[in-house]
Design a protein around this ligand. Structure first.
Ligand code: SMG
Ligand code: MG
Length: 371
């Protein structure tokens, strides 16, 4: 496939309600989309980087700059490209996995569209629909949290994930457990908000029969995760720390986690994400699909990923209306707590051109030789 242009488009997509985590509040999503224009077909990629480097070191403006100045020129120079070649071609540029994943997704979508193959089939998916969970932000009060959680349970979500931080952990978890009962699949995500001084709060969470505790400590600190894991019955799950298949294998070997959250953007793309799933399966570790408040485009690809056999827990793959009043694709609608795996070629969703146009804040087109 010969790459003829890369169209970079920034959208401002308002969220239906603010989403508060231990690292900040999101009220809208600053989305970077990339369209790969080739001689065979076009394809789209969505960048998961947030507007500020507060979840990870990448951020959307930086991703756009590194694509324009460093990644796109290498891809154009490579001549014929395939999705499998994107990683190796971009490997001399260190890090910037979210930016690389965006390009790989766009090329993969184009390639699969040209061959008429859906992404789930290409990745080795085995399910027609996937079980969905929902990630619930830090609320102003426990009452408001209970109301929000109750609404999601009424919608049919199959598990609830509560965002936590020191001071918003034991009490909200206790309140949700007591209000909704022992059968509710419940887990928490700290986004690295704890340290040695606040570990005792995490130990108290062991009484609430949680599915897992996600990323309590900072990204690089595998040792602290391993030592907490030894003291808790509740499994530790890693998110931010898992930047590659190698990192996943190392974390599991050290005993730092028993479950892995896979986000394709965080690990450099859907191909590495599938490799991580395989490695985890070989080591007896289940995985689930994380989310970065993606639009319908990124969500479609995540749902395809979640259809792989080792994705054994409900993912942060929620319906469009949990995030957006208006999605940029046909909305994903929850049926019996599940979302359907797209069956159309490539990522498998059409962009709604009028909505995309109306939300576009910026556009630039990169072409060979001029970048
Ligand atoms: O897409 O439903 C979603 C968001 C899920 O909680 C979620 N993501 O650490 O797992 C995580 C967070 C990171 C993004 S917060 C803006
Ligand atoms: Mg997380």
């Amino acid at each position: 496939m010969k790459l003829e242009a890369l169209e970079l488009r920034r959208l401002d997509v308002p969220l239906v309600r603010p989403f508060r985590t231990s690292f900040g509040v999101q009220t809208s999503r600053d989305v970077l989309l990339v369209r790969a224009v080739s001689d065979e077909a076009d394809g789209w990629g969505e960048c998961v980087a947030l507007s500020a480097p507060i979840y990870s070191s990448e951020y959307v403006e930086g991703a756009q700059a590194v694509i324009r100045d460093h990644l796109a020129p290498r891809l154009f120079k490579a001549g014929d490209v395939t999705a499998r070649a994107v990683g190796p071609v971009l490997a001399p540029v260190l890090g910037h996995r979210m930016a690389k994943a965006t390009l790989e997704m766009a090329v993969l979508d184009a390639e699969l569209c040209a061959h008429g193959m859906p992404l789930a089939q290409y990745l080795g998916g085995v399910r027609e629909r996937v079980e969905c969970g929902v990630s619930v932000g830090i609320a102003p009060t426990i009452d408001e949290l209970l109301e929000e959680v109750g609404g999601y349970i009424d919608h049919g979500y199959r598990r609830i994930k509560l965002k936590i931080q020191p001071g918003w952990d034991v009490e909200p978890v206790r309140a949700v457990r007591e209000s909704f009962g022992e059968d509710l699949l419940l887990q928490v995500d700290a986004n690295a908000a704890y340290d040695a001084g606040t570990t005792s709060l995490l130990e108290r969470l062991d009484d609430f029969n949680l599915l897992l505790i996600e990323q309590p400590f900072e990204e690089e600190d595998l040792q602290q995760h391993a030592s907490l894991a030894e003291r808790l019955r509740t499994p530790i799950c890693l998110d931010e720390s898992i930047t590659s298949a190698r990192a996943a294998a190392e974390a599991i070997r050290m005993g730092a986690c028993r479950i892995v959250n896979i986000k394709a953007g965080r690990v450099g793309g859907y191909l590495e994400a599938a490799r991580i799933s395989d490695i985890c399966a070989a080591l007896g570790v289940s995985v689930w699909c994380g989310g970065m408040l993606e639009t319908g485009l990124g969500r479609a690809a995540n749902v395809a990923l979640a259809s792989l056999p080792n994705f054994r827990l409900p993912g942060d793959t929620s319906a469009s209306d949990r995030y957006y009043a208006e999605d940029i694709t046909e909305p994903f609608v929850l049926v019996d707590g599940m979302l359907p795996v797209p069956t159309a070629p490539g990522v498998g969703v059409e962009l709604r051109v009028d909505v995309v146009e109306a939300m576009t804040t910026q556009m630039e087109t990169l072409v060979p030789g001029l970048t």
